[in-house]
Design a protein around this ligand. Sequence first.
Ligand SMILES: NC(=O)c1ccc[n+]([C@@H]2O[C@H](COP(=O)([O-])OP(=O)(O)OC[C@H]3O[C@@H](n4cnc5c(N)ncnc54)[C@H](O)[C@@H]3O)[C@@H](O)[C@H]2O)c1
Length: 449
Amino acid sequence: MSNTASTPDAPPRLTVIGTGYLGATHAICMAVLGFEVLGVDVDPQKVARLNAGDVPFFEPGLPEMLSKALDSGRLRFTTSFAEAGAFGDVHFLCVGTPQKAGSQAADLTYVLSAASEFATHLDRRCLVVGKSTVPVGTAGELTRLIQAHAPAGTGVEVAWNPEFLREGFAVDDTMNPDRLVFGVASDWAEQRLRDAFAPVLAQGTPVVVTDLATAELVKVAANAFLATKISYINAMAEVCEATGADVHDLADALAFDNRIGGRFLRPGLGFGGGCLPKDIRAFAHRAEELGVGQAVAFLREVDAINRRRRARTVDLVRELVGGDLDGVRVAALGAAFKPNSDDIRDAPALDVASTLHTLGARVRMFDPVALDNARRAHPELSYAGSALEAARDADVVVLLTEWAEFREIDPEAMAAVVAQRRLVDGRHALDPAQWRAAGWEYRALGRPS
Ligand SMILES: NC(=O)c1ccc[n+]([C@@H]2O[C@H](COP(=O)([O-])OP(=O)(O)OC[C@H]3O[C@@H](n4cnc5c(N)ncnc54)[C@H](O)[C@@H]3O)[C@@H](O)[C@H]2O)c1
């Protein structure tokens, strides 16, 4: 790797600013696709681990891709913005945009500080491409900020390329995305993006080229739609609970309608993680700022339905043990916000487990990969090395994250270790007939008991 500018016809050299779940995956995959890539992060430990071939989070397939990328000599990580400015032609901005403390808005501190500091090192024509999920209008603000700080001034352009990868499938989603969205302000920016994604476009990946604001909106609109679909079926679950109907069968029947489709129509404990909850809140907040709050006011209800599922799961556990949680031994299966991830940001599983603990239950939790993160965030809970160990002497078992290994638990084997055969299936992941046949009292949200 050298630090001099690449020649005009050579593939652009890429930097990735912010190497968390999104940025590390993007940097690694782009290097495997043949680009020279420099990842930049303010966290020196993260940088050291990535340079040593150690992915700092769980993502299937990514460690193998990191080894491949490092072996190729095309990938490196640094904490130096100066080095990144000198190195890159196209700079991907992938820093976090969490929910602002005490507000529903997105916290843009990381994006703004990364952009203004990095810009001071941009002394030649280049493209800064936002990938973080941001409120509409941010790209315009960043353009002004970066051009004001960069020695190259208006020679630095901003584009937006929202990211749709799913944790757990991040490698495949990056190498073979459903579509690419390029929000650009000039033909030059579009061409630079086409160069930076040439191997992906060569596979026939559809690309939508649009303006900056639309590109920013595509991401939040997609997440709002997905969250709405999940809360829609969970709203139906609430109605089912009041009528004795079965939301599982209802969802199956709806899914046969091609106009509706079965994906994201699984009832249960609802969504969490570092994206959907904060993205729909930030979207509603931004729409209110723009005077169109009414248009997406339903997102507040989507959020409320989702939060009620957590409270209702706690209620179901309480009902199943006879109304009092004090001293009740609960085996909690799952901590991550979804399977195949160790991400516990706004994880429904941990929310439910910690509420049960607050209400007096003795919670013992197991998760195949998220235990370290869970232990750090919730030292008050106890943790076990396996699902069966968590279930030993339990008065009730609660399935909170639908890991494949939990679906494969033998009801007889688990029956042999628990104190009481009581099960709350928070994810509609298990076969009630099989568990009931083994003597279990099986309960799930929106299903008759
Ligand atoms: N995680 C996902 O599945 C996913 C999917 C699509 C979009 N996104 C969006 O991508 C963005 C990043 O999400 P994430 O999950 O990767 O977050 P993350 O917290 O895992 O990673 C953010 C990284 O940015 C680094 N950082 C913070 N300030 C910096 C600075 N000034 N300069 C350089 N690095 C800095 C942090 O140290 C961290 O490593 C968010 O806007 C998120 O909404 C995430």
